[in-house]
Design a protein around this ligand. Structure first.
Ligand code: NAD
Ligand code: LMR
Length: 338
């Protein structure tokens, strides 16, 4: 299939051999769900990333407009748009990194798990496309419920015989961004100076900020711990309620996804010491998937760090988180065994 929209027509005016070679070598990145609330801002941010040489934008609606718009930014990444399932294969062929924010967002009163019925099938179809057209790509999965969609993606890749646990990364960066923001507010410092590990999963009580491991080291009163834990765990709901039916976090999520994708690309380039939290296949607990700090390298999540010392409050939170997480993982796996 031909791409639905090529880079600007100007590129056809001179034979390729006569054209100056623009753009440094870089990675080929696809955004699936590129016309959505997250997808549009994320496409903009990925077009600004100097590590990206080719940017493929795929959606089932509206990609021509988003592609035309983003492609006029004078940064070096070449942008191509793809519309609808017939063009999924062309969108994915040759990609190094695939970022997936496709699927329905929450409305007030819904849990992330309420999105399962719609989003499970979307993630399955898109991951089948990845297995077929770019089986070695690293996947950043954003679509909710992440606690279940990552296990679904793993099952798709296992069935296709392409599964490499290191290459499948559930995006929990927004939880870390929120934790850094809220902790910095309490401490009265710049959020850039703060790093809060957030482990477990990406829904309610499965989001477990480790406030005893904040960097730089600091201590909190019991009231601060209670306020911060609740606010971080409910960050998504705070945005859903404020948007009052118009969707969930898109701007902060695009920012977080772009940050995480950039970390993945730096790791893929061979940079040392790239560490982010992510929801991955893991042996840190008895559960098959768990979010912790991981080191990102050429092949994805090259190293998974242990939880480190937890206090009593965090240990109690961990037990509750594991129970819910286990059910969400099982739900994802069962969906694929039907
Ligand atoms: P949105 O409705 O604005 O956009 C979703 C886009 O996905 C739409 O453009 C839609 O056309 C597209 N889409 C639907 N089916 C598709 C398919 N089969 N193939 C390709 N594209 C398809 O929603 P949004 O606000 O951008 O949120 C997207 C998802 O991200 C939701 O599931 C939301 O819950 C999730 N999310 C996750 C996090 C996180 O931290 N991991 C944060 C925010 C939102
Ligand atoms: C978030 O944390 O903002 C996302 O998971 C979207 C949501 O539904 O809360």
């Amino acid at each position: 299939t031909r791409p639905q929209m090529e880079e600007g027509a100007g590129s056809a005016l001179r034979p390729a051999a006569c054209r100056a070679k623009g753009g440094a070598p870089g990675f080929k990145v696809a955004v699936l769900g590129a016309a959505g609330g997250i997808g549009q801002s994320l496409s903009l941010l990925m077009k600004m990333n100097p590590l990206v040489s080719v940017l493929h934008l795929y959606d089932v609606v509206n990609t021509p407009g988003v592609t035309a718009d983003v492609s006029h930014m004078d940064t070096s990444a070449v942008v191509r748009g793809f519309l609808g399932p017939q063009q999924l294969e062309a969108a994915l062929t040759g990609m190094d990194l695939v970022i997936i924010p496709a699927g329905l967002p929450r409305k007030p009163g819904m849990t992330r798990d309420d999105l399962f019925n719609k989003n499970a099938g979307i993630v399955r179809a898109l991951c089948e496309g990845v297995a077929k057209s770019c089986p070695n790509a690293i996947v950043n999965l954003i679509s909710n419920p992440v606690n279940s969609t990552v296990p679904i993606a793993a099952e798709v890749f296992k069935r296709a015989g392409t599964y490499s646990p290191k290459r499948l990364l559930g995006v929990t960066t927004l939880d870390v961004a929120r934790a850094n923001t809220f902790v910095a507010e309490v401490l009265g410092v710049d959020p850039k100076e703060v790093n809060v590990p957030v482990v477990g999963g990406h829904a309610g009580i499965t989001i477990l900020p480790l406030l005893s491991q904040v960097s730089p080291p600091c201590s909190f009163t019991p009231d601060e711990i209670s306020y911060l834990t609740t606010r971080i765990q409910n960050g998504g709901t705070e945005v859903v309620e404020a948007k009052a039916g118009a969707g969930s976090a898109t701007l902060s999520m695009a920012f977080a996804a772009a940050k995480f994708a950039d970390a993945c690309l730096r790791g893929m380039r061979g940079d040392a010491g790239v560490v982010e939290c992510s929801y991955v296949a893991s042996e840190v607990t008895e559960l098959p998937f768990f979010a912790t700090k991981v080191r990102l390298g050429r092949g994805g999540a090259e190293e998974i760090f242990p939880l480190g010392p937890l206090n009593d409050f965090e240990r109690a939170g961990l037990e509750k988180a594991k129970k819910e997480l286990s059910e969400s993982i099982q739900k994802g796996v069962s969906f694929m065994s039907k």
